[in-house]
Write a protein that binds this ligand. Structure first.
Ligand code: NI
Length: 218
C-alpha cells in the first residue's frame, strides 16, 4: 500500500532493501510461518520499516523484499490515527461487510486498482517478540492488513479481480511500466518482460491479445 510520509529515510541508508515488482517470483510465492523470534527477525523488521518509509508506503510485506516469511509492517498514521504495527503470522478471524477499496502497491509501480475488501477485520498475529495479540481494525488499517496479508499468500491485488478485469488491469500495468521505462526510470526491463510473459499465459498469444485489447479500453 502507498501514501506519503513527511520525512523518509535517505536514499543511501544502508538498511534499505530492494522492493521487488510483480510478477517477480517472491511476489507469487506463498510465504512460510515465522518460527524464530530472535535478533535476525528484529533486524529484518527494522530494515522493512526503513524501506517502507523510504518508499512512502503505509504497509510492506516481507515477500516484497524477497524474505519468504509471514510478516508485514504497517503505519497508516499519515491518513488516520493509527500506531505502527508489526504483524507476524497474521490471520483474519473476523470480517465486516464488503466495500470497494482503491489501492496502490509498492510492487506495482504506477498502478491503482479498485478491489473488493472487508471494511473491518479482526486480526490475530504475533509481534516481533512472539507475543500474540488480537486487534479490531477499520478504515485504511483494515484495508492495508488485507492487502499485506494477500502478499503473504503469494497474491497481488490484481489476483482479487475477475479474470477479464485482471487481464485488462495487467495490460494497463504494462503500458504504465513501458511509459516509466521510456522516462528513464530504474531498471524495468526485466519486470516488463515478465509482465508480458504473464499476459501470454493461459489464453494463448493471439486469442489473448485480442481479448485484452477489446476489454482494456471498454
Ligand atoms: Ni502491496
Amino acid at each position: 500500500m502507498t501514501a506519503s510520509h513527511a520525512h523518509p529515510p535517505a536514499d543511501d541508508d544502508p538498511r534499505l532493501l530492494r522492493v521487488w515488482e510483480w510478477p517477480h517470483a517472491p511476489l507469487r510465492t506463498p510465504a512460510a510461518a515465522v518460527e524464530e523470534f530472535g535478533e535476525e527477525l528484529r533486524a529484518l523488521v527494522e530494515r522493512m520499516w526503513v524501506t517502507m518509509y523510504h518508499a512512502r508506503g503505509v504497509g510492506l510485506a516481507a515477500p516484497q523484499v524477497a524474505a519468504p516469511l509471514r510478516l508485514f509492517v504497517m503505519d497508516c498514521s499519515p491518513r488516520e490515527e493509527a500506531p505502527p504495527r508489526v504483524c507476524v503470522n497474521p490471520v483474519i478471524v473476523e470480517r465486516g461487510e464488503e466495500v470497494l477499496s482503491t489501492e496502490g502497491c509498492l510492487s506495482f509501480p504506477g498502478l491503482t486498482v479498485e478491489v473488493p475488501r472487508a471494511a473491518s477485520v479482526t486480526l490475530r498475529a504475533q509481534d516481533a517478540r512472539g507475543e500474540v495479540f488480537e486487534v479490531a481494525l477499520g478504515g485504511l488499517e483494515a484495508i492495508c492488513a488485507q492487502h499485506e496479508l494477500d502478499h503473504l499468500d503469494g497474491l497481488g491485488f490484481v489476483d482479487r479481480l475477475g479474470p477479464l478485469e485482471r487481464r485488462a488491469t495487467l495490460r494497463e500495468y504494462l503500458r504504465g511500466l513501458e511509459a516509466l521505462a521510456g522516462e528513464g526510470q530504474a531498471d524495468l526491463g526485466e519486470v516488463i518482460a515478465l509482465t508480458r510473459a504473464a499476459l501470454g499465459e493461459g489464453l494463448g498469444e493471439g486469442l489473448g491479445e485480442g481479448l485484452g485489447e477489446g476489454l482494456g479500453e471498454g
